[in-house]
Design a protein around this ligand. Structure first.
Ligand code: SF4
Length: 361
């Protein structure tokens, strides 16, 4: 008798989250260890059996290698638990993403060859997490205006989901904003470990976004991240109603950095197919569209971090954009920008009629 064909039960995609990042060293400053939130992080990393070192002073040392590449490698394998400098309590605006930015960490364990942090954060790219989180959150309430919706972006200098298993800080932020009357949180990630966030009392005051890109860009330039399909499954779970096992969050997609690679229309068309499949139900969805750009400073840092990168950073093919402080950015020329923008806006309008495009840049 031939074997009957037994259909295997379909594994829900959520059962296959990507591997979590584990640092090779975890450094604590004395000030971080004096904070209750620092102690909470200590318990987490102890439970994971990670090698822990207590620094003698509140300064990070011992990360520099013999060259930039070695410094990069040492830093990207290190988690440093520190406290913020007093300047962190003065918030900066972050248009067009949100009213204000704040930071629960600086640095990211992934290896994106176009990384936005290059040139923004100085020094070795170690992953610093902040142990004085309750004070950071308390300070935010000063920026809320009565009767006025105020939004806060927490992912400008880190990927908060990439390190959440080590800190619990994103969960704490979501809980905090769930209690605010007019304060709203926004975060974005290229990781997918969202399980622990699904049941939190967010009160729809947190918008969870995933950053995605066309396959050739993501495959070539986004080392150490979860795959785009894993990110989309994570977003699906965050957006699904609670009755279906999801988190019932408002969600968003950040398509970035958009690049006019060869056959870009068909590659991005395929990305939209994947998004449509993952979000095949009605949900509160936004899009943010960001074309690739670089500055002289970010190019210099990225070329040291990724000396063999194939990322196009040829100034000769770009237009110059200056900001009000005299800074220079290299962006695509007006005609390319127009074609890209037109394509993205029309695909979104066709496929997601109730989604909002927050901005194109
Ligand atoms: Fe940089 Fe974001 Fe990539 Fe992390 S995920 S390396 S912050 S671009």
């Amino acid at each position: 008798m031939s074997n009957p064909i037994v259909e295997k039960p379909k594994l829900e995609p959520q059962a296959r989250e990507s591997r979590l990042w584990m640092p090779e060293r975890v450094l604590f400053t004395p000030a971080a260890l004096a904070e209750p939130w620092g102690q909470q992080i200590l318990s987490r990393v102890q439970a994971l059996n990670l090698p822990i070192e207590e620094l003698p002073r509140n300064r990070l040392t011992g990360l520099r290698g013999s060259d930039e590449r070695e410094t990069y490698n040492n830093s990207k394998r290190t988690l440093a638990v520190v406290t913020t400098p007093p300047s962190a309590f003065k918030l900066s605006p972050i248009p067009p993403s949100a009213d204000w930015q704040f930071h629960i960490a600086e640095g990211c364990p992934a290896h994106c060859q176009y990384c936005y942090l290059a040139g923004s954060l100085s020094g070795p790219p170690v992953i610093r997490v902040f142990a004085n989180l309750p004070q950071i959150l308390d300070n935010l309430t000063k920026y809320e205006q009565a009767g006025h919706r105020t939004t806060y972006e927490v992912s400008c200098y880190t990927d908060p989901l990439a390190i959440e298993h080590l800190t619990g800080s994103l969960e704490m932020c979501i809980r905090h904003f769930g209690t605010r009357e007019k304060g709203y949180l926004r975060w974005v990630s290229k990781f997918d470990a969202v399980d622990k966030l699904l049941d939190l009392p967010h009160n729809s005051h947190t918008r969870c976004r995933m950053s995605v890109n066309a396959a050739p860009i993501s495959g070539r330039f986004e080392g150490g991240t979860a795959s785009v399909s894993a990110r989309l499954q994570a977003l699906r779970r965050l957006a699904l109603p609670r009755s279906k096992g999801g988190g019932s969050y408002p969600v968003g997609l950040v398509i970035a950095p958009i690049m006019p690679i060869e056959n870009w229309r068909s590659h991005y068309h395929r990305l939209f197919d994947q998004i449509s499949e993952a979000l095949d139900f009605e949900c509160d969805l936004t899009f943010e569209l960001i074309s690739h750009r670089f500055t002289p400073g970010s190019k210099e840092v990225l070329q040291k971090w990724y000396p063999h990168t194939q990322l196009d950073m040829d100034e000769a093919t770009r237009s110059i954009k200056r900001n009000k402080f005299g800074g220079t950015k290299y962006v695509y020329n007006a005609d390319t920008m127009k074609q890209l923008r037109c394509f993205f806006e029309s695909e979104i309008a066709k496929r997601f009629s109730i989604a909002r495009v927050l901005y194109w840049t």
